[in-house]
Write a protein that binds this ligand. Structure first.
Ligand code: AMP
Length: 529
């Protein structure tokens, strides 16, 4: 194996399942089975009574027995100051729970690879800056050097293209040299356990560009399951006069049965769900037709977002060469049928939808490490070939500044609209609002709404030390910079005095450095079962 790739893993940190891959021999991405031999690990954490931390299959199994000690769908809360409810009586930050999952994935990978140092972790393209930062912090707490946070659809498209190249040409080393001779426009539809993303990417021989992206961080398989849980619970309630949703253990068991039924309906027309609650049992029949009807509005939401993304990229369906499916939920026939009808193409399912993102993350890590070392005269093989490869992303949320509106409230003045290619820097001149103003507070917003209060404030800073006696409406320049890795910085300048004003971005909701290192130290000495 080229030394450069050793100690590198790509991690798909999913809402319901996670997957890890590495690069083997000549740079081929391969999934690393976990200690139980499974290719994916449930993203579930159980905190035992004695404080022991269990992650994965065993934790998922315990969800029914100890729902109060189990954390599920942590990814949905990333970016919030706390996980939605206490786990074992303790309120945790989502970063800390995610770090427990990451540490378990790292330890499993180390059983096969030896010491793991570097990782690329994927996030939905639709994750905002706060959620990205939280994911990076989770990696740090888990003891990983996070090379990059990569968008899931970018990872998926990279892996699909890479693996189809290897199938055709038989070797990974020539990937970047021969990759996509013809320019390809690809739609990536990613429906996982808890999040939905759709992206359009354009690939040529040396570039990988995201044209547009959209999604919903709160739409995924769990919502499909919830519809069926509600339906089955109503049936049970009518017949047995008791509601399984009122008991945490019955509810957790019902969610598991419903999920299994959903999987069965991907390959069969009918299935049955057994409900046990209040010392009573009942079996409820469910057909694929019923399932589709009960979940139709959720599927329609994904369809509307898909249409919107194609429209916002200024493309027509005939200009899209390929439709790639990512995420376990794309195994549902309703998803495949809808996409075929919409796009007029058979979706590509040549790579396992639950592993493809981790593979792409490993490839991206390989490209980054190659780039770091690839410019030397003696480099060869994948290192040389991959080093020249470029990936270009877009921002998934508009970036703006809060400005005073005519009605006395605050409006969102968008500086960098969503779907702008990164890196980018844009500046605009604003004005002071009163005579002799000595400082200006700049609030940085993420979101599309016109009103500032309907957006997410991701930071603020003060431009201080303005010269005295400035008239009202004196100009103030603000420059927003969006780096290629999605990180944001904002600079304010007072052109009257010609001085760059002091800027400090205060990130809301993020974990502080001190707490981060404390958590990392604590987890480093904790064994994850
Ligand atoms: P992911 O986050 O990509 O791992 O996707 C997990 C989601 O896909 C969960 O909601 C699973 O229930 C769902 N899923 C996995 N396998 C299947 C299947 N065979 N049929 C239907 N849904 C599935």
């Amino acid at each position: 194996m080229p030394v450069i790739f050793s100690g590198l893993i790509g991690i798909d940190l999913g809402t319901t399942f996670s997957c890890v891959a590495h690069l083997t021999g000549d740079g081929m991405p391969t999934t690393i089975p976990n200690r139980e031999g499974d290719l994916v690990t449930p993203s579930v954490v159980l905190i035992e009574e004695d404080g022991a931390i269990v992650v994965g299959r065993e934790a998922k199994r315990s969800e029914c027995l100890f729902p109060d000690r189990t954390a599920v769908c942590v990814k949905r809360d990333m970016g919030n100051p706390q996980y939605s409810r206490p786990v074992g009586g303790v309120m945790y930050r989502p970063e800390v729970l995610s770090a427990m999952i990451l540490k378990r994935l790292k330890e499993d990978a180390e059983r096969k690879l030896g010491v793991v140092q570097h990782a690329v972790i994927t996030v939905p393209a639709y994750f905002d800056d706060t959620r990205r930062k939280a994911t990076q912090d989770a990696g740090l707490i888990a003891g990983l050097h996070v090379l990059d946070i990569l968008n899931e659809p970018t990872a998926a498209a990279l892996a699909y293209t890479f693996e189809s190249h290897v199938r055709k040409h038989g070797q990974a080393a020539t990937f970047a040299d021969q990759f996509a001779r013809r320019e390809l426009t690809v739609l990536v539809y990613d429906l996982g356990g808890g999040t939905f993303d759709v992206s359009l990417v354009k690939m040529s021989h040396d570039r990988f560009e995201t044209l547009a992206t959209d999604g919903d961080v709160r739409l995924g398989g769990r919502d499909w399951d919830e519809r069926i849980v509600n339906y089955v619970s109503e049936e049970f309630l009518r017949e047995k006069r008791s509601d399984p949703r009122t008991d945490a253990e019955s509810l957790a068991a019902l969610y598991q049965s419903v999920e299994q039924a959903k999987h069965a309906l991907s390959v069969r027309a009918n299935t049955r769900i057994l409900v046990i609650h209040d010392a009573q049992r009942m079996s409820v029949d469910l057909s694929r037709e019923q399932f589709d009807r009960l979940t139709q509005s959720l599927l329609t939401r994904t369809q509307m977002t898909t249409e919107l993304v194609v429209e916002s990229a200024g493309l027509t369906w005939s200009e899209i060469d390929r439709v790639l499916l990512v995420g376990g939920m794309t195994r549902l026939p309703q998803v495949r049928d809808m996409l075929k009808k919409l796009t007029g193409r058979d979706p590509d399912v040549s790579v396992a939808p639950d592993e493809v993102v981790a593979h792409g993350a490993a490839i991206h890590g390989g490209i980054l490490l190659s780039r770091a070392q690839g410019s030397g005269p003696n480099s060869s093989g994948p290192v040389k070939s991959w080093a020249s490869f470029q990936t270009i992303d877009v921002n998934s949320h508009s970036l703006g500044i809060a400005v005073r509106a005519a009605d006395g409230g605050y409006a969102n003045s968008i500086l960098i609209p969503k779907n702008t290619q990164l890196p980018v820097a844009r500046s605009r001149t604003y004005h002071t609002s009163v005579p002799n103003q000595r400082q200006v507070r700049v609030r940085i917003l993420e979101g599309e709404a016109r009103e500032a209060e309907a957006c997410v404030q991701i930071g603020e800073f003060l431009i201080q030390g303005l010269p005295p006696n400035l008239p009202e409406r004196a100009p103030i320049e603000v420059e927003c910079r969006y780096a290629a890795d999605g990180r944001i910085s904002v600079v304010g300048r007072d052109p009257t005095s010609g001085q760059l004003a002091e800027t400090t971005i205060i990130r809301q909701g993020g974990i502080e450095d001190k707490a981060l290192h404390r958590e990392a130290k604590k987890l480093a000495t904790t064994e994850i079962q």
